[in-house]
Design a protein around this ligand. Structure first.
Ligand SMILES: NC(=O)c1ccc[n+]([C@@H]2O[C@H](COP(=O)([O-])OP(=O)(O)OC[C@H]3O[C@@H](n4cnc5c(N)ncnc54)[C@H](O)[C@@H]3O)[C@@H](O)[C@H]2O)c1
Ligand SMILES: CC(C)=CCC/C(C)=C/CC/C(C)=C/C=O
Length: 514
């Protein structure tokens, strides 16, 4: 039996013991993960320096702080997320107990990518643990040092039967994909995304696909170009452009192109000095294969800034390309490196047309001082996320669902969204065997009169929680009125007025009758 098959079987067996379901157990695992991040900072940072030339501070800023926040959020909200969720009802079910009970899916497969390997592998794991699942973790072989550190460290802090780490490349991942999972959470490129979805389809396993693509960045001529370019320069060159939501290319009018180039040049110098190659904050391309792919993308465009490369170090300077058209090589695929092409367009209309002609991006960036223009971009385009006047920061908000649409992915996560994504939201309706007369309206023989009642019973929506709160309020006020009547009869009338205003309040307004 292949080792991958054994690992999955062991994880399923551990899941079936039921121990991952107890909230106390989920909390202990989440706290274990939190301790790992704190206690093993140095090992994590060393590995990332070797994999991507990331500085220790950058590792903290771009990966670890986010994970800490997500764990803390899950720990503090777990009992609320996992609790039964009451729902609005109809008159037909008003006497019943009706709620949504989130329940674990079972065994989840998490396949991570290499660019922010901790963020994209451990963040789904946080949700998998919080939701009570077992999870098989498959880090990317491309960030090999980090993968090794994960393989060594995760079992020291987590239940190794419930949360095993499988390392390896395509062969091992393909073997894993033959197994039956209850959910597959994949982060990586769209080509492999299709392979994952095909394998999942064989078992009817649901998938979350966190993919990439070309995220456009439109700069309106009506904006503060120096601020806009600083934010774009940061968003593009952080991690050497190897960021799923990096602005892939700029669209702007020819009249501002020279100013854009000038401002970006200034910011590159400000962030990475005159010699980015020696700057500890400037990363490297992850491998020679990736390096050669990116270098080849420059062919046919003019280099306005940068362009220097050093194969021995997988170094590519922060680069801006001009004279770029839709047909240029750099526009045929996601760049995922430090090349920033500028494509001239005639204005907002053409920018929207350009964006809509292509696949729906993971992120869309708009820089403008006009709220109207920003709202128009939101209304007339589609993307996983839209940011106006900044780059990347939406990733840091746990309350925003993170994910793509169309070819940039399916499903979303972060915060409670990860919990829900990796839970089954089970509908529960508990009726008593009493009050059978009410059900006559739905039993044959069907008559016009029964239909009139059925219409009322089915369409009258009832917020049972609100009813309960209103009943409690009335009980309290009645008690207060009684006490006042006995002890201060002169105040009794004003209490009655107050009671009357309560009765007339929103609490009592009838629900919509459809
Ligand atoms: N949406 C997001 O959150 C997000 C985050 C990071 C990266 N990405 C995207 O990921 C891409 C970069 O990552 P990548 O794809 O180079 O990462 P990668 O090469 O690390 O591949 C991702 C995972 O897929 C596995 N894999 C690779 N080839 C496979 C195959 N043929 N069959 C089965 N499994 C296979 C790898 O083992 C790895 O674990 C970019 O497109 C980027 O935009 C998206
Ligand atoms: C720390 C701040 C302000 C922002 C972080 C932005 C960032 C670099 C996000 C990376 C997100 C990510 C894991 C992308 C995957 O490719």
């Amino acid at each position: 039996m292949p080792v991958e098959q054994q690992v999955v079987a062991r994880a399923r067996k551990a899941f079936l013991t039921g121990r991952s379901k107890a909230l106390s157990y989920r909390l202990s695992q989440l706290k274990g993960l939190r301790r790992l991040i704190t206690e093993k900072q140095r090992d994590i940072a060393d590995a990332l320096r070797k994999d991507l030339h990331k500085s220790e501070n950058a590792t903290q800023l771009y990966e670890m702080i986010g994970l800490e926040g997500e764990i803390d959020l899950a720990v503090s909200h777990l009992s609320e997320w996992a609790a039964p969720r009451p729902v609005e009802q109809s008159l037909l079910t008003v006497a019943d107990e009706v709620y949504i009970q989130p329940e674990p899916l079972g065994v989840v497969l998490i396949i991570g990518a290499w660019n922010y390997p901790w963020a994209v592998t451990v963040q789904p794991l946080i949700g998998a643990i919080a939701a009570g699942n077992a999870a098989v973790i498959k880090p990317s072989e491309v960030s090999s040092h980090t993968s090794k550190v994960m393989e060594e460290l995760l079992p020291l802090y987590l239940d190794k039967e419930l949360f095993p780490v499988v390392t390896g490349g395509v062969v091992q991942t393909q073997e894993l994909l033959k197994q039956r999972f209850d959910h597959i959470f994949y982060t990586g490129n769209s080509t492999v995304g299709k392979v994952v979805m095909e394998a999942a389809a064989r078992h009817l396993t649901p998938v979350t696909l966190e993919l990439g693509g070309k995220s456009p960045c439109y700069i309106d001529k009506d904006c503060d170009l120096s601020v806009a370019c600083r934010r774009i320069t940061w968003g593009k060159y952080v991690n050497c452009g190897q960021t799923c939501i990096a602005p892939d290319y700029i669209l702007c009018e020819p009249s501002i192109q020279d100013k854009v180039v000038k401002e970006i040049r200034k910011c590159i110098k400000e962030f990475y000095t005159d010699d980015p190659k020696t700057c500890p904050d400037y990363s490297r391309i992850v491998s020679l294969r990736h390096f050669r792919r990116i270098v080849a993308l420059m062919e046919g465009s003019s280099v306005a800034i940068g362009g220097e490369t050093d194969e021995a170090q997988c170094y590519i300077a922060p680069t801006v390309l001009t004279e770029v058209t839709s047909e240029s090589k750099v526009m045929q695929e996601e760049i995922f490196g430090p090349l920033l092409p500028i494509i001239p367009i005639s204005g907002t209309d053409e920018a929207i047309e350009f964006i809509n002609k292509r696949e729906k991006p993971l992120a869309l960036y708009v820089f403008s001082s006009s709220d109207k223009m920003i709202k128009r971009m939101i209304a007339d385009t589609s993307s996983g996320a839209l940011l106006a006047n900044d780059c990347l920061v939406h990733y840091t908000l746990s309350d925003l669902p993170f994910g793509g649409v169309g070819s940039s992915g399916m499903g979303h996560y972060h915060g409670r969204y990860t919990f829900d994504q990796l839970s089954h939201l089970r509908s529960c309706l508990i009726k008593k065997l009493r009050m059978e007369r009410v059900n006559q309206v739905r039993y044959p023989p069907h008559t016009a009169q029964k239909l009139r009642w059925a219409r009322l019973f089915l369409l009258k929506r009832v917020d049972v929680g609100q009813w309960r709160r209103a009943a409690q309020a009335v009980a309290l006020v009645t008690l207060a009125a009684y006490v006042v009547q006995v002890r201060r009869p002169e105040r009794f009338t004003s209490i009655l007025y107050w009671l009357g205003s309560l009765v007339n309040s929103d609490l009592w307004s009838p629900c919509d009758l459809r």
